[in-house]
Design a protein around this ligand. Sequence first.
Ligand code: SIN
Length: 290
Amino acid sequence: MPEGLTKLDLQDFSVTPLAGALGAEVCGLDVTTVKDLSPELNCLFLSHKVLTIRGQALEPAALLAFSKLWGDVHFYPYMTGLPEEPQVFEIVTAPDAKRVFGNRWHSDQMYDAHPCKATLLLAKDLPSVGGDTIFTDLEAAYDALSNGMKAMLAGLRIHCDPADKTRYGGKTRAEWYAGDDMSEKLNGKDQSPPVGIHPLIRTHPETGRKCLFVGDQVQRFEGLSLEESAPLLAYLMIHIQQPEFTCRVRWEPGTLVMWDNRCTCHYAVADYVGEFRRMHRVTISGDTPY
Ligand code: SIN
C-alpha cells in the first residue's frame, strides 16, 4: 500500500478494494469539498486505478469542477456536450435503442495521438438491474506474460483508426447510432481523423509500470497486415479479459467512477434491454504514450 494512504485513512471516508487486481469503493467522501488534487488522493487513484465513489449527486458544473482537478479536459471531437456544460457529455441508452455505447473492451480514445488520461462517469438514471461496467488491469495482464512473450512484443506498435468501419457493421460511428438517442449527441465528425499509433507495451507516466496497451480499437500492428496481426491480437484480447485481472462496478444513482485509461480497459455491459440508462462523462487529457 503506498505511503500516502495513511493520511487519507485519517479522513472521514472508507476505501474498500473491489477485487484483487484493481478497483476500490470509496464511501463517505463528498467530492465537492475537494478543492485540490493532493498527493494522497492521486496516490489512491494510481494504486487502485478505478475509484467508485458513492453518493455524488452532482450537477454538471460540479462534476466538471472535480474533473478539472485531474488535468485539462480532453477534447472529444465526435460528440456534442451538454448545452449548459459543453465539456460534459451525456451517454444515453433509450429503451428502444438498437446500440449501446461502450460495450466493447477499450481504453477511452486510444485512437487519439494523446489518448485520455482518465474518465469520470457519473450515473444519473439506471436500469432496474444490469448496466454494470467491467474493468481490466492491463498492467496485471502484462505482468502475467512470459518473459519470452514480453520480449517478442517489446517493439510492436498498435494502429488505432477512429474511422474504422469494421467495428460498426461497415458503417461510420454516426451511421451506426442513427435513429438512437446517441445519434443526437454524435456530431458525425468521424470520417477521416488521423490514425493513432502507440507502443503496445506502454509505460505509465506517473508510476513507471508497464502495461499491455491493447483494446478493441486496435486494428493491426505497425508493419504487419490485418491478416498477419489478427491471431496475435485475438490472443492478447482474450488474455486481457481473464477474470483475475478484472473488477465489476455495480452502479447506483449518484455513483461517480473514475478510471485510469493509461493502464486499464473497460466494457459497458449491455444487459438491460428495453430499459433506460443515462450517464454524464468527462475525459481528462493524456500524454503521448511511450
Ligand atoms: C464508456 O465506454 O466510456 C462508457 C462506459 C459506460 O457507459 O459504462
